[in-house]
Design a protein around this ligand. Structure first.
Ligand SMILES: Nc1ncnc2c1ncn2[C@@H]1O[C@H](COP(=O)(O)OP(=O)(O)OP(=O)(O)O)[C@@H](O)[C@H]1O
Ligand SMILES: [Mg+2]
Length: 358
């Protein structure tokens, strides 16, 4: 997949900007606070429908303006496409794909495929399980729409089940009501867990190799952590566990097991990265995971997504920069930086200054 052009109107610090991109490596270069991250953010929003910083739509409209628009043209194996998003301070955002309005955000997911990495992505390793589940969900949804719909269904059932667990009915009445929701929850949970297991299985083998190439000596293991007992199917397991845990759930007032509680474990040389890896090791693992995701998505959709790298070069030594850029030339990669490293490879350069591409 390749973005050929991008247009920003009143988006963050951009008033009115148009720019083109080339295949291979594109450096987005400029001093601090000029708009490099904002430019990458706009592309991410057109892929996933929300900001990687979790900003509200209102926050991305230029100070003093009431509306904003982002738009891009891109090439895919299925033909040329265009996405436009209109933001309005007093209304919901409107999205057009190839000039046709879409009604639900879920229709946008998977159209423009991107993999995004910024120093913030360290949260994938360091922070709470929710960040890792969000990585799973956003990644799998990019190539598997049924997964996304199933996830939304799961969240709806979970919400209803939790309402029952914490309402003021008698325990007997609650148990009766749960008889309807628990099997539905287990059915959707099973589908989610199955897909996450396949995804992690594919990701971990690729990640192990890329990680070895970059670190030369370290061994990376990735696994999905969930409620699993020997010799039972996922469904049987969940059924058994839900039976066991019901009194505790009634006491606590929420659903204690299921994919909304699962996690990913990253281990380097047998040690859990979250607790033992150095900052540099954690950063390397997070970057390796994103590079591996490029391969996993390519295997699923038949072409590479666009790689967006925000501020990664400043964090790597010269050797690692060079090895990373060697890997990036085969994708369309957009890399923000304050200065372009010395390179013997061809690249395109986009200079950003005070909210303008110059
Ligand atoms: N809604 C907005 N309207 C106008 N300006 C904004 C808005 N949101 C953010 N900005 C400004 O955009 C500027 C550029 O931000 P950005 O994060 O893109 O910088 P950058 O070029 O990536 O810098 P760095 O090298 O420090 O990462 C910031 O100074 C910020 O104050
Ligand atoms: Mg930045």
């Amino acid at each position: 997949m390749k973005i050929s052009s991008l247009e920003l109107n009143n988006f963050r610090n951009y008033t009115n900007t148009k720019t083109k991109f080339e295949d291979g490596v594109n450096f987005i270069v400029g001093a601090n606070a000029q708009g490099k991250t904002n430019l990458l953010e706009s592309i991410y929003i057109m892929s996933v429908g929300k900001s990687p910083k979790n900003s509200k739509d209102k926050q991305i409209i230029k100070f003093g303006a009431d509306k904003a628009k982002v738009s891009c043209d891109f090439k895919t194996i299925a033909g040329n496409k265009n996405i436009q998003i209109y933001f309005d301070k007093s209304d919901k955002k409107a999205i057009k794909i190839n000039n046709l309005n879409i009604l639900k955000l879920t229709e946008l997911v998977g159209i423009l495929s991107v993999v995004y990495f910024s120093p913030d992505e360290l949260k994938l390793i360091k922070e709470v399980p929710e960040d890792r589940r969000s990585f799973l969900d956003v990644s799998i949804s990019q190539f598997d729409k049924p997964y996304l719909y199933n996830l939304l269904k799961y969240n709806r059932i979970l919400k209803m089940r939790n309402q029952i667990l914490k309402n003021f009915d008698s325990v007997e009445s609650k148990k009766e009501q749960l008889k309807l929701f628990t099997p539905q929850l287990i059915d959707t949970a099973e589908k989610i867990i199955e897909k996450r297991l396949i995804f992690i299985e594919n990701l971990k083998n690729i990640a192990k190799d890329i990680h070895k190439t970059i670190t030369l000596t370290e061994n990376l293991e990735i696994s999905y952590s969930y409620n699993k007992k020997e010799n039972l199917s996922i469904k049987q397991d969940l059924e058994k566990e839900f039976e066991k845990i019901i009194d505790k759930e009634l006491e606590l007032g929420y659903t204690c097991i299921g994919p909304h509680r699962d996690d990913i474990i990253f281990k380097v040389n047998d040690l859990d990265c979250k607790h033992y890896a150095s900052q540099g090791q954690q950063r390397t693992v997070a970057l390796v995971v994103k590079l591996s995701l490029m391969e996993v998505i390519k295997n699923e959709i038949g072409e590479y997504p666009i790689l967006l790298l925000d501020d990664v070069l400043s964090e790597l030594d010269e050797n690692r920069q060079s090895r990373l850029l060697d890997l990036c030339v085969k994708y369309q990669t957009l890399i923000s930086c304050t200065a372009i490293p010395t390179l013997d490879k061809p690249y395109n350069q986009i200079k950003v200054e005070n909210g303008k591409v110059i």
